[in-house]
Design a protein around this ligand. Structure first.
Ligand code: SAM
Length: 198
């Protein structure tokens, strides 16, 4: 499913016709590659603070890689038309600081896209999803990967990460004008799109 979600995000990026794109917390570069496919003429910079992840991105064919911390980006103000972050903001130590830094490196009128896990709003589905997230998934993951703790972290981080209107409020308070959140796959992930004011 994550490839379908990233492809959807890449189509939204293409609709902005950007020249300069920053894919922050790029990891092994899957979103950067999807954006390159959707926007072949754009210059895409892929940034992450983890060198081994950047090495994986290089092996997959991502060209312009920068080691950078999302809380102190090594780019001038107004450098990018579009900034994307997929499954990355939730893992950052300070979401508010990271959003301010995203705002700084975007040009006025530039667009940020955040793709991340969220919780379904429909109550019966939410109860079922929580059962899956906190009890079924960690056990399955332990069986398949022997790394149960990573999936326990995943469930906990999804619970505390602001979703829907709360994420839009964080963005609005830090200089963005937001579109309505786009829940995907019954709301287990969402895409947030916001334009830098000014
Ligand atoms: C779950 S991966 C997501 C990777 C990729 N965006 C994707 O869609 O698959 C999260 C990434 O966020 C990166 N990350 C976490 N905090 C960061 C920070 N403060 N600055 C830069 N990268 C960060 C991690 O190194 C990791 O590669």
């Amino acid at each position: 499913m994550d490839f379908i979600w990233r492809a959807k995000l890449a189509r939204l990026v293409a609709a902005c016709h950007p020249s300069e794109v920053l894919d922050l917390a790029t990891g092994s570069g899957d979103l950067a590659l999807a954006i390159k496919k959707a926007c072949p003429t754009a210059r895409i910079t892929a940034a992450d603070f983890c060198l081994p992840m950047l090495e994986q991105a290089r092996i997959k064919g991502v060209e312009r890689l920068v080691q950078a911390d999302g809380l102190a980006l090594p780019f001038s103000d107004g450098s990018f038309d579009v900034l994307t972050v997929a499954f990355g903001l939730r893992n950052m130590a300070d979401w508010k600081e990271a959003i301010l830094e995203m705002n700084r490196v975007l040009r006025p009128g530039g667009v940020v896209f955040i793709l991340d896990f969220s919780l379904p709003e429909w109550e019966p589905l939410l109860s079922f999803y929580r059962l899956y997230l906190h009890h079924v998934l960690p056990r399955l993951a332990h069986w398949a990967t022997q790394r149960k703790e990573a999936y326990e972290y995943l469930g906990g981080s999804i619970e505390t990460f602001p979703g829907g209107r709360k994420m839009n409020a964080l963005l609005e308070e830090r200089g963005f004008s937001c579109d309505a959140p786009r829940p995907l796959t019954l709301g287990v992930v969402s895409i947030y799109q916001a334009r830098k004011r000014g």
